[in-house]
Design a protein around this ligand. Sequence first.
Ligand code: COA
Length: 532
Amino acid sequence: MTVLDSALDTGGPDYEVHRSAMLEKLAALDAEHAKALAGGGEKYTARHRGRGKLLARERIELLVDPDSPFLELSPLAAWGSTYPVGASLVTGIGVVEGVECLITANDPTVRGGASNPWTLKKALRANEIAYANRLPVISLVESGGADLPSQKEIFIPGGALFRDLTRLSAAGIPTVAVVFGNSTAGGAYVPGMSDHTVMIEDRSKVFLGGPPLVRMATGEESDDESLGGAAMHARVSGLADHYAVDEADAIRQARRIVARLNHRKAHPDPVAAEPPKHDPEELLGIVPGDLKTPFDPREVIARIVDGSDFDEFKPLYGPSLATGWARLHGYPVGILANAQGVLFSAESQKAAQFIQLANQRDIPLLFLHNTTGYMVGKEYEQGGIIKHGAMMINAVSNSKVPHLSVLMGASYGAGHYGMCGRAYDPRFLFAWPSAKSAVMGPQQLAGVLSIVARASAAAKGQPYDEEADAGLRALVEAQIESESLPVFLSGLLYDDGVIDPRDTRTVLGLCLSAIHTAPVEGARGGFGVFRM
Ligand code: COA
């Protein structure tokens, strides 16, 4: 009885319009992903191959179990910045010898694999994911260290990378470094701080300072090999635990290390799950191009959860937010999904209650975003919308079960916070190409600015230039619109990736599996004061 029906008219004109708009956005997204895949471009890729080396993603492919998926994270990092898309680093979750690991690989075809400010942000996010989910970290290293022209932005905060490695180790989360090439200066602390190291004959170069720097500092004459070659580190310094003869051998040895980690998941894998009753392909045709038009998130839920089975909680109360229980790839989840865009007091209270229930039962929460925020206006202010929204934000902030967020459509204003936006530490956050997120909609924001400017001019007794106002509004609208798009926000690392709606179930399943490596324990109390 709790299996969801679908009212989606797949033969109707709306469906086709929504679907083609989504396919267009996906094609544009593919073009951006292609930039990350291209790394440093043809010239540097050819040079790298000419040196007999594998590309970053090829190294990862050899490392993970055959035919197993790799969930790449933050592929669009640095989009819209002056640095190449992807930020010269590949990060993601893959299975090595049956163990889910957080894998990072420098892309040496992009400025020698040097770390720019976006590389750093992406690497720190990867460490955060490893720590929260207790995933072993495998670093595939080949980097020119700090991107020297941007050193002021990375040198001081970049110390966190090495701090994280040892904190992971201290928490019993294994760390493995495989050095394929340069790992100099600060980079030397990646193998230096890792539990296990693999170095490659005639390839690995791990030193605090190369020959020119040593000459400058002490006058000593030296060479790469004696300062930091694999043979030296394996036989003399002892920094290399494993000595590999080539890249394939290094990857084989890394796999053996993981096989011997005895790293156990906190929760066993669930039993095989029933697929949704409704076709996930149809997820393309649900979100309207104009996000002001509401859509029923149950149509989405019906296409991502096991057997399309959704036990709704309080369906008649606060109907603008659907809450309920389901399973996803066998894992129990509590779902909160915006149904009509706006969050009112009843929705906020319902959410706070539902989040507490999930915490009592140790059930992870999935937030499906399509909200324009909390309701404004006299009636709602007098009805206590602030304190009710605060209740929801309190519950989200202090909830201890893992949270997953998917931005399907709008995610505006404090609604983004209440629905577990980025600042609320969801374990993973993904956006669909149809998503938009900002403090408010572009028209509203431009309108507010115009009203404020008009009032300011009036207060000073100055005339208001209507023509300039119209121009400014159009400009602001265009700017806010472009800044609210998922590719732009992904570039800023405000999500873990923009995904094809059809992959939502798979992506969330991979995340839930990774999440269950660490114990899932809800908060039994420990919430802030709920203002009643
Ligand atoms: N910062 C900024 N740009 C860097 C860089 C760095 N740390 N390392 C390399 N690059 C750039 C190079 O200038 C070059 O740019 P170009 O092709 O536009 O001229 C490009 O990346 C490729 O570098 P290249 O030296 O041709 O590649 P390589 O594969 O032969 O050598 C390194 C790679 C990393 C060994 C070498 O570039 C190097 O020694 N870099 C400096 C390392 C260092 O001392 N870092 C200190 C960090 S604290």
